[in-house]
Design a protein around this ligand. Structure first.
Ligand code: PHE
Ligand code: ZN
Length: 879
């Protein structure tokens, strides 16, 4: 092995021997030789008895020019330098250290630390990127006051930004200028940011509840100024919402957002200076879909909310990542629910959770919400830490109630403002503020895996009682063979034969209390008896998806169709449709695997027909209920699966439904396709979503008229949502060559729109997808160095085009492995993410398993493979 691969363990945490009281940074920006001068005021940590421990600070890919200790220049013999650290012995109590380093931003292809994007400078420091800028105690529990002076060429870099407040500026010789920033809040290094370049800004304001004016500035490249309005409005909405819902007010005078097209992730919450992937800033109806607008709302809100949950109170160590991420995702989900449709937002979140987090939690990378060890921290920005973490916070809110949760938040900030803390501290604040016992609940942070609830019921006609029995279990996950029972909030209702919710009265209660109740599960098996139940009800279980579990109950198909029509809980209504469809698809798959044919049950078709023709229903919910379960979710539930066959079965079901519902689909489509000019508001978005689901069904029909409909919608659309929906259907149906060419000609200069163009082709189910992807890698708009492009083309093919990626010849696997090895050399973070396309190999039939294993072996034995990619691949091999 060419590299040392040393895992970091949560229980090895020790507080830092030194703290940094202040840091003054000076940047002389230059594309290939930026000089950074850092002045650190350090002192021994009074809480740590280690009087003789030397000071070791982190650094990576830096050229050290000089070190001064209390003003005296050190000779190389007086310090110790390794490729990852600088050690200074002999500091007694405190010291002032001045370090001068040089670095090469143009060579920074990892996009961690200081790098160039379209000629402008950006930084990315979370998790451990600051050490690539200067030597520092690069750990989140070292919180420091930062000042930053930036010096750069005035013509090429007119805008110079950093955290906090701008306190001075001036001009220098050689056409240079400088700006100085002071951040009044202590922060860990991962929240540092610097931006320099030719940027323009759209500005707005927010007046806080206390009457203070906050200036909001959205910085983009000059050509993009007409695409900032939505992001700016999102920031304003988020500021207002956080004040109203949690009493949290912004704490600086200016809030800045800067967009860059070269970014590994979605966006970053640097104090006062959030840096965003352009994908989550730039939008106008011509170029962005309704989903893109929603995405901007939630990511802008997410980063803004981090100012309190993440920045003011931060993480003690990276194992606590969900402390800020789970909580902040919960907050952005609540925000999206409040500004849009709560039911739709919830269903969409659950769909993502099931499709992506469940697969992670059932596979070789499964880890607790608070992991116990890692090789590469970048691999732990996962669906589990983020989305399951948010579900865990949501369960706390469900158990404590809305007011109880808010009290918990208030105590959390009262105790921990300005500190770096743990997930346990968060739970303790929640418990203490409510006098609640959350000890058992904490297992959600330490045990990985998807809990399984097996439910059964018994109706006693004579006693008029209904007893629900719930058995909970959790499958083993890597390193955790046995699990203890979880504390699970199970929300439910009982629906009578007329479709009405029954008042719920548990045995022992004197009065019924509500029609939705939250049962608290704590044991492996528990029974709950409801009294005064006049008739055998249909239980509506896990309302609003009250816990991230799998739930089984022996509903008949008729029960499910009944719930689709009657459940008062929108999530359960959707869930019933979804359960119905997914049972059916699995049966059909198994039949197809045996070479048998089954016809679709009439009851199922009719229930969809009802949804299409019922004018009272929210079109967005109907659209969600009509969409069949995703292949990725189904893949998790079928053993020894052949993804190609699964895709065929799903497509043929869709085709049959389209034939059966042809008339209703055409009518609904025509009604919704009203030719009104585009507006982005919740009613119009809902209508467009149903219209385009109808269109995607109709596109399955082999009729010339349908081809014309698609071509018409493509040609006449006044917005990207409709245009892309039509193009997608065309590409899957007959290739859509003419429209693809038209689209590229129109949008060749818009990188984000071209990403959509790449993805459509990468995910096309038509034969030859892989060779098209390979050809597209030579397209002038493509670059393997740009993460958005890799995601749009390569990841889209490997993660979303299951039938082609898993083609029986194994070429898809070889292609993925080649790209992973190639990308690992320039950007290991992106390579490691791509490598997770192989995670679910144990679910596949044996031939494909063997081919994937061979590719995983090939990657893992590649020379100089990064720790990140090695960690993913080696865990996949252990599955
Ligand atoms: N902290 C960022 C967020 O969740 C995500 C991120 C992590 C961005 C690491 C960049 C690098 O909002
Ligand atoms: Zn976040």
């Amino acid at each position: 092995m060419s590299k040392s691969r040393q895992a970091i363990h949560r229980l090895d945490y020790t507080p830092p021997a030194f703290l940094i009281d202040r840091v003054d940074l000076n940047f002389e920006l230059d594309e290939t030789a930026t000089r950074v001068t850092s002045r650190l005021v350090v002192q021994r940590n009074p809480k740590v008895a280690s009087a003789d421990a030397p000071l070791t600070i982190d650094g990576e890919d830096l050229t050290l020019e000089s070190v001064k200790l209390d003003g005296a220049l050190l000779t190389p013999a007086q310090f110790e330098l390794t490729p990852s650290s600088l050690t200074l012995p002999g500091i007694e109590q405190d010291a002032i250290i001045e370090i001068v380093t040089r670095l090469n931003p143009a060579a920074n292809t990892q996009l961690m630390g200081l790098y160039l994007s379209n000629g402008n400078f950006f930084t990315q420091c979370e998790a451990e990127g600051f050490r690539r800028i200067t030597y520092y105690l690069d750990r989140p529990d070292v919180m420091t006051r930062f000042t930053t002076t930036i010096i750069a060429d005035k013509t090429r870099f007119p805008v110079l930004l950093s955290n906090g407040n701008r306190v001075g500026e001036g001009v220098l010789d050689r056409n240079r200028h400088w700006v100085k920033w002071v951040d009044p809040f202590r922060k860990p290094a991962y929240l540092f940011a610097l931006v320099a370049g030719k940027l323009v800004s759209q500005t707005g304001q927010h007046t806080t509840s206390g009457g203070k004016t906050v200036h909001i500035e959205v910085y983009v490249e000059p050509g993009d100024l007409d695409k900032c309005e939505h992001a700016l409005a999102a920031a304003q909405k988020a500021m207002r919402w956080d004040e109203e819902r949690f009493g949290l007010v912004y704490d600086l005078d200016t809030y800045m957002i800067v967009a860059t097209s070269d970014f590994n992730m979605g966006a970053m919450e640097n104090k006062g200076l959030n840096i965003f992937n352009t994908k989550y800033v730039l939008a106008k109806p011509d170029t962005a879909t309704d989903a893109d607008f929603d995405g901007i709302d939630s990511v802008v809100a997410h980063e803004y909310f981090h100012n309190w949950t993440g920045n003011r109170v931060t993480c003690r160590d990276w194992f606590q990542l969900s402390l800020k991420e789970g909580l902040t995702v919960y907050r952005d989900q609540e925000f999206s629910s409040d500004i849009g449709s709560r039911a739709v937002a919830r269903i969409q979140n659950v769909r993502t959770l099931r499709e992506l987090q469940f697969a992670e939690d059932a596979g070789p990378q499964a880890h607790p919400v608070r992991p116990d060890s890692y090789l590469e921290i970048n691999n732990f920005y996962t669906m589990t830490v983020y989305e399951k973490g948010a579900e865990v916070v949501r369960m706390i809110a469900t158990l404590l109630g809305r007011d109880g949760f808010r009290k918990g938040m208030e105590l959390y900030f009262r105790r921990h403002d300005g500190q770096a803390v743990t997930c346990d501290d968060f739970v303790a604040a929640m418990a203490d503020a409510n006098n609640a016992d959350l000890e058992q609940f904490k297992r959600w942070y330490s045990q990985a895996g998807i809990p399984q609830l097996d439910c059964s019921s018994d109706y006693n006609e004579a006693a008029r009682t209904f007893t629900l029995t719930v058995r909970q279990s959790c499958p083993p996950t890597p390193g955790q063979p046995e699990k203890l029972p979880f504390h699970i909030p199970l929300a439910l209702g009982l629906v009578d034969r007329r479709g009405h919710d029954l008042p719920l009265q548990l045995d022992g209660e004197t009065m019924p209390g509500g029609t939705t109740r939250v049962l608290e599960l704590r044991e492996a098996e528990q029974s709950f008896t409801f009294v005064n139940v006049p008739c055998p009800p249909v239980p509506s279980l896990l309302r609003d998806f009250s816990a991230p579990v799998r739930l089984d109950y022996p509903w008949t198909q008729d029960d499910l169709i009944f719930l689709v029509a009657c459940d008062s809980d929108a999530f359960c209504r959707w869930e019933a449709a979804n359960t119905c469809a997914s049972r059916l698809l699995k049966e059909l798959y198994l039949a197809a695997a045996r070479n048998e044919k089954i016809v679709l049950p009439a009851g199922f078709i009719d229930s969809l027909r009802c949804l299409l023709t019922e004018p009272e229903l929210d079109p967005a919910l109907v659209a969600l209920m009509l969409e069949l379960p995703g292949e990725r979710t189904l893949l998790e539930e079928i053993d020894s699966v052949d993804p190609g066959l699964l895709q065929q079965v799903c497509q043929s079901v869709k085709q049959q439904l389209a034939r059966e519902l042809r008339a209703e689909l055409l009518i609904r489509y025509a009604q919704l396709n009203d030719g009104e000019p585009y507006r982005y508001d919740s009613i119009e978005v809902a209508q467009r979503s149903l219209k385009n689901v109808c269109l995607s069904y109709l596109a399955e029909l082999d009729e010339p008229m349908v081809g014309e409909m698609l071509a018409n919608q493509y040609a006449r659309a006044d917005n990207m949502t409709d245009r892309l929906a039509a193009l997608k259907a065309l590409v899957n149906r007959d290739g859509g060559e003419a429209q693809l060419a038209d689209f590229a000609a129109r949008w060749q200069d818009d990188a984000l729109v071209m990403d959509k163009w790449f993805t459509l082709q990468a995910t096309s189910r038509r034969p030859g997808a892989l060779s098209r992807v390979e050809k597209l890698m030579d397209h002038p708009a493509f670059s393997l160095r740009n993460p958005n492009k890799v995601r749009a083309l390569i990841s889209a093919f490997c993660q979303q085009n299951l039938a082609h990626f898993h083609a029986a010849d194994g070429y898809g696997y070889a292609f993925a492995a080649d790209r992973i090895i190639e990308i690992d050399k320039s950007n290991p973070q992106i390579a490691a993410r791509l490598a997770s396309c192989f995670n679910r190999w144990p679910r596949l039939e044996p031939k494909r398993q063997a081919m994937i294993r061979a590719e995983l072996e090939r990657i893992s034995t590649t020379e100089n493979l990064s720790n990140g990619t090695f960690e993913i691949v080696s865990k996949a091999l252990q599955a």
